[in-house]
Design a protein around this ligand. Structure first.
Ligand code: NAD
Length: 498
């Protein structure tokens, strides 16, 4: 981070989006966003102080408690959400490109996750909003009970830099469908793209205060979590930060959803077709330069085919196209920041100093003096007890661990503090599904891994609490309320909206 630089670019975002307006920051801290591939400045963004967070929460509170949003019907909200989707779609190409510059994600991938995905999420949740049973009446022993699903209230959404637009919308869209208002605190690294959401919401006629955006770092996020005006926290990020956030939410008895880290296993069964497995490696284990929470970064290989699997993974990693994320043929772009580069190199160093065998990579690639590039790296002969097999590296670094028999593979897969995702590779799909049932994670793929926007996503153990995606995500933003009526109450409109 560079503070105090005075140069300006058209990408600069010197103000926050609060109460439907661009608000000057209370503090003076400024973040200079650096292009991941070059280290050159891209633009600057103001960093939020607790006072800025307070202004944003106050606006969100007002929009919910006394603004039109708090009295809106699901259809009215859906209409705004569809306009919001259309406004984002117009910006999708520019946004995808900007994110690639900020965090190093190959543009072909960014187009999907930062361009199309948020638009699709808004459209889906707009449709689902109109099908939620917000109110029903049940006969009770002494009269009737009106069972309502009410919005939780003000949502504090905190997001990381790796899939910034998709992860922000995974929170905003179900929250809007439920009738909540939102304060979004994006990560600094992807500060510049975050405000595209405000530009689009504004154009869509989103009522003031329904979406507020204040970029900042850890302290800004902590101020949002601690704010008594926030009713629930929706967090995606590291397990370390998730623990602190959950502790504060526990202190306040505040709802929280946590999408945290992972160290998922890719289990290659002894009948696997290695061409199919290798064909999936980029998407499953090395997507976004390895900066993906669901990455199958521990490859479990049957001892009978161990050398074959190691050779296949090594060849694939060694042949990846390292390059500028804006180039169409790049399969491995740079790390998102210098800090992230240091972190990944630190783990590679740990691997080099362990009994593991480096089969490819192992440092910074030759010829890439600028930017934060790391070579795709593979370690073989790794024990599941090694630090590089236990901790999330969050870079293009894979470990290959041998196993003996399916039970052993499942035991190794489950011997992790995390429980986010995983994959099973086999020519016998039913066998793969049977193995997948026994792996303790929130999601798992058989012969591929693809996030399904129509189904719940999330982790167990140290990978998180609660679910995003699917219709189920709306439930995270609703509270039940039962109104007991002493008579045989007859509703004038069954399933009436709020
Ligand atoms: P991070 O935890 O450092 O930061 C994430 C966000 O939380 C940022 O906006 C940051 O400013 C904020 N933050 C950090 N500490 C905080 C605190 N104490 N209180 C409030 N806010 C705080 O994570 P990162 O390095 O930006 O992202 C990488 C991590 O995110 C990895 O661990 C990855 O696995 C995880 N992740 C998980 C998922 C998922 O869906 N499970 C998806 C993407 C990324």
């Amino acid at each position: 981070m560079i503070t105090g630089s005075t140069s300006t670019t058209e990408l600069d975002r010197p103000r926050f989006f609060i109460d439907g307006r661009w608000a000057n920051p209370v503090g003076t801290e400024v973040y200079t966003s650096l292009e991941a591939a070059t280290g050159e400045p891209l633009g600057r963004a103001a960093l939020g102080s607790p006072a800025d967070i307070d202004a944003a929460v106050t606006a969100a509170r007002r929009a919910l408690d006394s603004g039109p949003w708090g009295r809106s019907t699901p259809s009215e909200r859906a209409a705004v959400m569809r306009r919001f989707a259309a406004a984002l779609a117009k910006r999708a190409n520019a946004t995808s490109r900007l994110v690639s510059q900020e965090n190093g994600m190959p543009l072909w991938l960014s187009t999907s996750f930062n361009g199309a995905a948020p638009v699709g999420a808004l459209e889906r949740y707009a449709d689902w909003a109109e099908t939620v049973l917000f109110e029903e009446t049940r006969a009770s022993a002494s009269g009737a009970t009106i069972v309502r699903r009410e919005p939780v209230g003000v949502v504090g959404a905190i997001t990381p830099w790796n899939y910034p637009q998709a992860l922000a919308m995974n929170k905003i869209a179900p929250a809007l469908a439920a009738g909540c208002t939102v304060v979004l605190k994006p990560a600094e690294i992807t500060a510049l793209d975050a405000y595209v959401l405000a530009d689009a919401a504004d154009e869509a006629g989103m009522p003031a205060g329904v979406i507020n955006i204040v970029v900042g770092g850890r302290e800004t996020g902590a101020a949002l979590v601690a704010h008594p005006g926030v009713d629930t926290i929706a967090f995606t990020g590291s397990t370390a930060a998730g623990r602190l956030i959950a502790a504060e939410c526990g202190r306040q008895i505040k709802k929280v959803t946590l999408e945290l880290g992972g160290k998922s296993a890719g289990i290659v069964l002894d009948d696997a077709d290695l061409d199919v497995f290798v064909g999936g490696l980029l998407a499953v284990s090395l997507r976004n330069n390895g900066q993906t929470c669901t990455a199958s970064s521990r490859i479990l290989a049957p001892r009978s085919r161990y050398d074959e699997v190691v050779d296949a993974v090594t060849t694939f990693a060694a042949e990846m196209r390292i390059g500028n994320p804006l180039d169409a043929d790049t399969t491995c772009g740079p790390m998102a920041s210098s800090g992230q580069l240091e972190r990944v190199l630190g783990y590679i160093d740990l691997g080099l100093r362990s009994d593991a065998r480096l089969t490819t990579g192992g440092g910074r690639p030759a010829g890439f003096d600028r930017g934060w590039f790391v070579e795709p790296t593979v370690f073989a002969d790794v024990s599941n007890h090694d630090t590089i097999a236990r901790e999330e590296i969050f870079g293009p670094v894979l470990v290959v661990i041998p196993y003996d028999g399916d039970d052993d593979a499942i035991a190794i897969a489950n011997d992790s503090s995390y429980g986010l995702a995983g994959t099973v590779w086999t020519t016998d799909e039913q066998r793969g599904i049977d193995v997948a049932r026994r792996v303790r994670t929130g999601t798992i793929g058989v012969n591929y891994y693809a996030n399904d926007a129509g189904s719940p996503f999330g982790g167990i153990k140290a990978s998180g609490l609660g679910r995003e995606s699917g219709r189920e995500a709306i439930d995270e933003y609703l509270e039940f309320k039962s109104i007991y009526v002493s008579s045989d109450y007859e509703p004038d409109q069954e399933g009436k909206a709020r």
